[in-house]
Design a protein around this ligand. Structure first.
Ligand SMILES: [Cu+2]
Length: 315
């Protein structure tokens, strides 16, 4: 018994120390998508806490009320079978809990998959975010610049990230702006985010992808549109152009610090934006250039142009 208690105490202190390592950034949202997810987490935690408290209270009542007592030797407890009230409560409460959580999750799914709340009328800034072992590459087609391992974003525009990977499957995650989404090879997924406030946020790969995974992080800085424009202008004046040769070097497995280039990898290595049959996640594409290209690509022979695109990015 003493050993068990000691083990339990040890486990609890380890847990306490571990949870103290990092602040819970998911509960400190800086954008509408993350705010929705944080409120979902709070609702779930309150519901769980309610259940735990109710069960503990009920347990104490039962222990006190039905504790062992002296009964005559010939005492026989009454035989009770089927109580509609007890059974109704036992089945009903879990059904209600699951129903509430289901409605909330499905609603949230639609909300985080669409344009961020409050940013519906604004043109999104499109950024291609692609991963390679163990870096993140950000192409800004509108600005015609590219960065490695850091992301500058304006606060008053919605962001449309187009995710894919040059290597194994990874997951793009900026906890304070929204949930994670997978970045796959030969396939683009779209993630809609927005930052309400200026500041520095952490971004990382949330899916194990080999030995450099732990350091597969990037810095996110949200700033005013004016500061963002100034930064773009400065990059255009000072950064080196991104050549295909240079980009091949960047793709080599390893770690790189922050890097900045003019031009984007999209010019020589376009994102794999073809559709697969049954693809249903890319239909809300509002970007003009991307959309026209996709429609053409669809209207022509899907298979033929798919094959052409595959040659570009398949090994
Ligand atoms: Cu695809």
């Amino acid at each position: 018994m003493k050993l068990k208690l000691a083990l339990f105490a040890l486990m609890m202190s380890v847990l306490t120390v571990l949870t103290g390592c990092e602040p819970l950034t998911v509960l400190d949202p800086k954008g509408p998508q993350a705010a929705r997810l944080a409120s979902d987490i709070w609702i779930t935690m309150f519901m769980m806490a309610g259940i735990v408290i109710a069960v503990c209270v009920w347990l104490v009542i039962m222990l006190v009320k039905y504790r062992a007592s002296k009964q005559p030797a010939d005492y026989e407890p009454p035989h009770i079978e089927g109580n509609p009230w007890v059974e109704g409560i036992l089945v009903g409460i879990p059904v209600i809990i699951v129903a509430i959580l289901s409605v909330i999750s499905v609603q949230s799914n639609y909300i985080v998959e669409s344009a961020p709340k409050g940013y519906e009328d604004k043109e999104p800034l499109v950024v291609y975010a692609s991963s390679s072992d163990w870096k993140w590459h950000f192409s800004y087609p509108e600005q015609d610049i590219e960065t490695v391992n850091y992301l500058y974003i304006p606060t008053d525009r919605p962001l449309e990230f187009r995710l894919y990977s040059h290597g194994p499957i990874t997951s793009f995650w900026i906890p304070q702006l929204g949930g994670q989404k997978y970045a796959m090879n030969d396939h683009v997924t779209t993630l809609h985010l927005a930052a309400d406030v200026e500041g520095d946020f952490m971004g990382r790969n949330a899916n194990f992808s080999g030995k450099g995974f732990a350091e597969n992080k990037f810095d996110v800085t949200a700033m005013s549109q004016q500061e963002f424009d100034e930064w773009v202008k400065e990059v255009k004046e000072t950064a080196d152009p991104l050549t295909e040769e240079k980009f091949e070097e960047l793709l080599e497995p390893g770690h790189l610090g922050r890097m900045t280039f003019t031009g984007t990898q999209q010019q020589f290595l376009p994102a794999p934006e073809h559709h697969h049959e049954g693809d249903k996640y890319e239909e809300h594409d509002k970007n003009k250039d991307g959309h026209e290209e996709k429609q053409d690509h669809h209207a022509a022979s899907d298979k033929e142009s798919d094959e052409k695109k595959h040659k570009n990015h398949n090994e």
